[in-house]
Design a protein around this ligand. Structure first.
Ligand SMILES: Cc1cc2nc3c(=O)[nH]c(=O)nc-3n(C[C@H](O)[C@H](O)[C@H](O)COP(=O)(O)OP(=O)(O)OC[C@H]3O[C@@H](n4cnc5c(N)ncnc54)[C@H](O)[C@@H]3O)c2cc1C
Length: 331
């Protein structure tokens, strides 16, 4: 259920050994991926190889620098190591192109239960087929796809955290003269920030989208399974909340599901184990958002986030420096 990044990757991984049928609530023509389409090339290469897809063919913009513009502080640059934008919807469609997929439908759970051995809830934020998460947490987002006639406002990735780091505005390039501009904010300044940027730099809006993004970590999103339904991806909180980044974690969640298919309890344990650091990251993010962050009290948490990210620079597609995390924590 749900042909997003998790559902489509799952279909592609299972299609040779199982009878899999996909359902997507959007019609085929309107089916899109509400996202800024940014991810890390080295890891996407590896994941896509598992389903015979050459990720390189989908890359749109290969980043060199991420410009960070912190309120009332100096702007600084983070050197990139593989952060790209890619054609996310084309890859989703290519992953499911040999599969049976029904678009524009949302079947009832009772009907699915009669027909299938397993029902996978990959409906992302909506989590349509599982009970409500134990302790949900999400923020609203808003985004335009913008086309520029002449000069583009930025030549690379750009983010501007909101005051107090309650969220951030992003500019993600999509080739020569197109970009995603958008924002997510706990204090709900996301629409204003996006419109302010549009007003300042101009551009023609090609598309307007928005949806809440779940920041709750997997630990807060139990149950992961109920009856015949098992959740994968954002439906069970696989978002790295510091960046609002869910593509790679959702695909990794699918890998964990496949490894443990048929053993829900083992799947649950492995997800909790793999994503344990996400709870720590969310604790930091949430305390910033609520204005409760204490640099002294929470420095060790911040340091373990730094150590995790430093060890996984390829995974995040950028160089990680403690001084940058400290700058953000003091924003
Ligand atoms: C504005 C925005 C920007 C983002 N930018 C990035 C980014 O640059 N990089 C990154 O890594 N992450 C980003 N994310 C997060 C990332 O998009 C998601 O975490 C990730 O796509 C989750 O994948 P998923 O397959 O679990 O869910 P989704 O991608 O949300 O897919 C769920 C699918 O299920 C369908 N669906 C919903 N309800 C039903 C139903 N009842 N029946 C059938 N189908 C249904 C939906 O139409 C959708 O196709 C962004 C999120 C937002 C909101």
């Amino acid at each position: 259920m749900g042909m997003g990044v998790a559902g489509s990757y799952l279909m592609a991984r299972l299609k040779n050994d199982h009878e899999v049928i996909g359902y997507e609530r959007m019609t085929e023509e309107k089916h899109d991926s509400i996202c800024a389409w940014g991810s890390s090339k080295p890891i996407m290469d590896e994941l896509c190889k598992k389903v015979g897809i050459n990720f390189e063919d989908y890359v749109i913009h290969d980043g060199k620098n991420l410009y960070i513009d912190i309120y009332n502080q100096q702007k600084f640059e983070v050197k990139l190591k593989g952060l790209v934008t890619y054609d996310k919807i084309r890859i989703i469609h290519d992953m499911i192109k040999e599969c049976e997929v029904h678009y524009g439908v949302t079947p009832k759970l009772e009907d699915l239960e009669k027909k299938f051995d397993l029902i996978i809830d990959a409906t992302g934020f909506y989590r349509m087929y599982l009970p409500k998460p134990a302790d949900d947490f999400f923020i609203s987002t808003y985004e335009y796809k913008v086309e520029y006639e002449n000069e583009v406002p930025m030549d690379d990735f750009y983010v501007k955290p909101f005051r107090g780091f309650t969220g951030y505005f992003w500019y993600f390039p999509l080739g020569k003269n197109i970009a995603y501009i958008g924002a997510g904010d706990y204090k709900k300044n996301h629409v204003k920030a996006t419109n302010d940027f549009l007003k300042k730099y101009g551009g023609k809006i090609i598309k307007t989208v928005g949806r809440p993004i779940r920041l709750a970590s997997p630990e807060m999103c139990e149950p992961f399974f109920h009856g015949k339904v098992v959740g994968v991806g954002e439906s069970i909180g696989t978002i790295y909340s510091l960046l609002g980044e869910g593509i790679i974690p959702s695909m990794i969640c699918v890998d964990i599901f496949i490894k443990n298919i048929g053993n829900n309890e083992k799947y649950r344990k492995e997800v909790l184990e793999y994503f344990a650091i996400y709870s720590k990251v969310l604790k930091f993010v949430r305390s910033k958002m609520k204005g409760e962050f204490s640099y002294l009290r929470q420095f060790m948490d911040l340091f373990s986030i730094y150590r995790y990210m430093k060890k996984n620079e390829d995974r995040f597609g950028m160089e990680i420096h403690l001084r940058d995390l400290i700058r953000i924590s003091k924003a």
